[in-house]
Design a binder for this molecule. Structure first.
Ligand SMILES: Cc1cc2nc3c(=O)[nH]c(=O)nc-3n(C[C@H](O)[C@H](O)[C@H](O)COP(=O)(O)OP(=O)(O)OC[C@H]3O[C@@H](n4cnc5c(N)ncnc54)[C@H](O)[C@@H]3O)c2cc1C
Length: 396
């Protein structure tokens, strides 16, 4: 493995790392990527991607692949988890295209990961498996990386896309571990959903819980995520845990029959402990000198705005745009960091707030229900987010 001083080194081959490798290589940069695992893979679960993200994938020439792999729901419906009552709805489908110029999609993570991987491979970006970043130092503007396997290099730029437990962060003096949110996510897939379920994202809300269901795999499966409050499982660094439906139902308490039936149809649950970091407060948390952080390495967030991977993809697009601008590497990294931190911070904060609203009880939940019923799309839509990062005035 030969990494030249002019090369960009991406650490991490998840959605953020592959997106960065693709975006930078499309802009003519010499990029190489290292991944600690011995194969590129994604743990099975779905993700939603808003128009701010599908617009970028379209720009990268991935729309045809997305059309084959993803589902494109027509509406988002919010329901009360206990009574089953509809609380409000937001049209997606044609409305998202009309207002935001790109579709709202739901996709299996593995499908999105493969889509990006194939695009990166098609550009002949060198991908090195079994290389685990062990040490990173940033001194006098130069970054030095060492892997556990003995590789030692000084790339022109290190792109730290090594996820929640990022090593790359240490080069920026960021040594605080992520924090456990107190929330657990149970995730599962139901094969062959009904035609109606193939067209909707449904969010069921209740005290200290919410459940989201949406179609993936071009409608061939329904992804279900149930979030409850709970204790940190043993081994918090583990990516996921075998979990039992019985534990989930106990944590949920009373729920309406249709929701119960949906959850009972999940053949196998996996359990995630949800970790995040407080919203970013400065550009230096996203990049300094010749190190830029992307995705969960920089801003792990609660999934209640469905934008963790989305922000990683926006980061990648922004970094590639800055890379072709004038200036030293450090100046371009600085521009990237300044551009990205306020938006990521805003999304992190909004995700935390959504969690409080989804899980509310008593008067707050009554106010929520009233607002969704009366104002519908006005409170459920997120124009500042979906308009995308090219709309700097699109703030809340
Ligand atoms: C329950 C749940 C639901 C979600 N729903 C959505 C959603 O609907 N929409 C959305 O946009 N996002 C969603 N997300 C968030 C999204 O999944 C993440 O934000 C995104 O996958 C992060 O990608 P990443 O590449 O930054 O990190 P990761 O996926 O963690 O990838 C990091 C990669 O780096 C590698 N790596 C780590 N350390 C090293 C090292 N030292 N050396 C080399 N390689 C290393 C890892 O092996 C891995 O391949 C959800 C998350 C959860 C938990």
């Amino acid at each position: 493995m030969d990494i030249h001083a002019s090369d960009i080194l991406v650490a991490g081959g998840g959605i953020a790392g592959l997106a960065a490798a693709l975006a930078l290589s499309r802009r003519g940069a010499d990029v190489q990527l290292i991944e600690q695992a011995d194969a590129f893979s994604e743990v099975g679960a779905g993700i939603q991607i808003g128009p701010n993200v599908t617009r970028i994938l379209r720009d990268w020439g991935l729309e045809a692949g997305l059309r084959q792999l993803a589902s494109f729901p027509h509406e988002l419906i919010a329901r009360d988890a206990r009574s089953g009552r509809e609380l409000g709805s937001l049209p997606l489908g044609e409305r998202a295209e009309r207002l935001y110029g790109a579709p709202y999609a739901c996709i299996h993570r593995a499908d999105l990961h493969q889509l990006l991987l194939h695009a990166v491979q098609a550009r002949d970006v060198p991908l090195h498996l079994n290389q685990r970043l062990a040490e990173v130092h940033l001194q006098e503007g130069r970054v030095t990386v060492r892997t556990e396997q003995g590789l030692a290099r000084q790339p022109a730029l290190l792109v730290g896309a090594d996820g929640l437990w990022s090593r790359s962060r240490q080069a920026l003096g960021l040594n605080e571990p992520p924090r456990f949110s107190g929330h657990l996510a149970y995730r599962g897939l139901i094969p062959s959903p009904t035609p109606a379920a193939q067209l909707q994202v449904t969010v069921w809300m209740g005290p200290r819980l919410h459940i989201v269901q949406y179609p993936v795999q071009a409608g061939r499966a329904l992804n279900v995520v149930a979030i409850v409050h709970g204790e940190l499982p043993v081994n918090p660094e583990g990516w996921d845990h075998a979990a039992h439906a019985a534990h989930l139902f106990q944590a949920l308490g009373p729920i309406c029959r249709p929701l119960q039936q949906t959850l009972e149809a999940v053949p196998r649950w996996r359990l995630w402990a949800l970790n995040d970091r407080p919203p970013l407060t400065s550009a230096r948390q996203m990049g300094q000198g010749t190190v830029a952080l992307l995705g969960d390495a920089a801003h792990p967030m609660r999934p209640y705005l469905a934008q963790g991977a989305g922000m990683a993809i926006e980061d990648a697009q922004a970094l590639a745009q800055c890379w072709v601008e004038k200036g030293t590497v450090a100046e371009r990294v600085q521009r990237y960091a300044e551009q990205r931190w306020p938006r990521n911070a805003q999304v992190q904060a909004r995700a935390i707030r959504n969690g409080r609203i989804f899980h509310a009880h008593g008067p707050i939940s009554w106010g929520r229900n009233l607002a969704m019923g009366v104002l519908g799309a006005k409170v459920m839509d997120v124009p500042w987010l979906y308009k995308g990062m090219d709309f700097p005035s699109g703030r809340e």
